[in-house]
Design a protein around this ligand. Structure first.
Ligand code: G2I
Length: 458
């Protein structure tokens, strides 16, 4: 089955350093079979080598034999998507995803979460929503699903495929995009609040070289990093044709240079005389970039692939290794950076050493708010600036108009939801040095607050 066709663009690379959330069981240490399986060879290089899995196939031994032997990471091909996890509004279903997590934990594999928000595979009830109702539902979905899988996934595709194809470099039109251009950052903030340990990724296709689409995404990531929006990684799907862009690696590198990890998330390559070469080149490109932390292929055997007769994967339908497999394994064994993966997730971006001499509070703090509003709702981003003595903690009070209510907050805890609402720092952003700035946000229904908020330091 081939759900849709795409303009496949040549590309290369992949692999991600295993950034492991605390408590996760993942076999990244070299195993006895080091050098003879994808998972052992990738682990020696501090990377995950993963596959997309259809959980229905986990009871097929010919499938799981290959999966368990060769891969140390799994992605749910469909089971963690919105239509699967929230089939009716507010009723969550985690059966398929939980089954995959159990399988991964039992077999020393990490889990990549895919995907919290996407314009496809939305449940029909969400397709029928718009405006603030859709925005609230989407943020709630992110919060609920990321909370359910907290500590069980090492990375999330928070937002999938939000940029347009073609030369515009802009966003794709969708019901989510029509809730306001800030929907992506609102989703990342909600995901961070729900699972501070997971790497939060933006994921897309046709980004396999330096082109208008990848540059649009690059500009978004750069903007997010400059404003403290919590993004940690970019996924390059890498559904490839018969050639690979010459600047595949250079494109990955420019993202890594922004301070995010890069991951090859859905690799598959058109069959033909160049298939093995392209697989090898993608693998080498990833290994050449220390922030390229994982490579995931989109299925195990050719017959498991959404690309059907393209025979785009590493194993034939009987589970035999193809030339492409050997090319990848050789590339993994040949080299690249061997930096050991971090053993724990770095602290959130706003976390900094505490001020050396607090005398807390006396220097105060100030707050300013920027708003994105629409009919019936708003998102507020609040900037908190520490005064002369720094802060050990802070509370920002915001006066809401009558009839307005806070529905969700990130990077702060809200006391109440109507009238004057106090937002207090969370663990990692209360301690600010003199002049240091942090941001939090909240979403609400009704009219947006008008007055400048007040800030109190402790
Ligand atoms: O389209 C290839 C991939 C592109 N990037 C995002 C990925 O999430 C996407 O994966 C594919 C799955 O491999 C397919 O298995 O996403 C498709 C949906 O857009 C998946 O296809 C769907 C069929 O369209 C449904 O009819 C079917 O019910 O799979 C569903 C479950 O089998």
């Amino acid at each position: 089955m081939r759900p849709r066709t795409r303009t496949l663009q040549a590309t290369l690379t992949l692999a991600v350093a295993g950034v492991l959330a605390a408590g996760m069981t993942v076999a990244l240490a070299p195993a006895a079979s080091a050098g003879t399986t994808l998972r052992a060879s990738a682990a020696e290089k501090g990377r995950y080598f993963g596959a997309a899995v259809a959980t229905g196939k986990l009871s097929t031994s010919a499938y799981t034999t290959v999966l368990n032997r060769e891969f140390n990471s799994v992605t749910a091909e469909n089971e963690m998507k919105w239509d699967a996890t929230e089939p009716s509004q507010g009723r969550f279903s985690y059966t398929g995803g939980d089954r995959l997590v159990s399988h991964a934990q039992a077999n020393g594999m990490g889990v990549r979460g895919h995907a919290l928000l996407w314009h496809q595979q939305q449940p029909s009830w969400a397709q029928g929503l718009s405006g603030s109702a859709l925005r609230s539902a989407a943020i709630n979905h992110v919060t609920q699903v990321a909370t359910h899988y907290r500590g069980k996934v090492y990375a999330w595709d928070v937002v999938n495929e939000a940029f347009a194809d073609g030369g515009s470099g802009g966003r794709r039109d969708s019901n989510l995009q029509r809730t306001g251009n800030d929907w992506i950052e609102a989703a990342f903030r909600a995901a961070r609040a729900a699972d501070p340990g997971a790497k939060l990724c933006y994921n897309d296709y046709n980004t396999d070289g330096i082109n208008a689409k990848s540059t649009g995404i690059y500009n978004m990531v750069r903007d997010f990093k400059s404003r403290g929006v919590p993004i940690d990684c970019v996924g390059f799907q890498s559904h490839l044709g018969t050639t690979l862009a010459g600047d595949y690696q250079a494109n990955l590198q420019r993202f890594a240079d922004l301070g995010v990890d890069v991951q090859i998330t859905e690799l598959d390559v058109m069959t033909g005389s160049n298939q093995a070469n392209i697989y090898g080149a993608v693998t080498r490109a990833c290994l050449a970039i220390s922030r390229c932390t994982s490579i995931t292929v989109w299925g195990v055997r050719d017959c498991d692939s959404w690309r059907g007769s393209d025979n785009a994967l590493l194993f034939d339908c009987n589970g035999n290794k193809k030339a492409a497999y050997t090319s990848v394994l050789n590339a993994l064994n040949a080299g690249g950076t061997s930096t050991p993966p971090p053993t724990s997730t770095p602290p959130p971006p706003t976390s900094t050493p505490p001020p050396t001499s607090p005398p807390p509070g006396t220097g105060g703090c100030s707050a300013s708010v920027s708003l994105n509003t629409w009919s019936g709702g708003f998102v507020a981003t609040v900037k908190v600036t520490a005064g002369a003595n720094g802060t050990r903690g802070w509370t920002v009070s915001v006066a809401l108009p009558g009839g307005s209510a806070v529905t969700n907050a990130w990077s702060a805890t809200a006391a109440g939801s109507t009238g004057t609402v106090g937002f207090t720092n969370v663990d990692y952003n209360g301690q600010l040095a003199a002049g240091q700035v942090t941001e939090f946000g909240f979403q609400g229904t009704g009219a947006a607050p008008g007055a400048t908020p007040t800030c109190t330091a402790s």
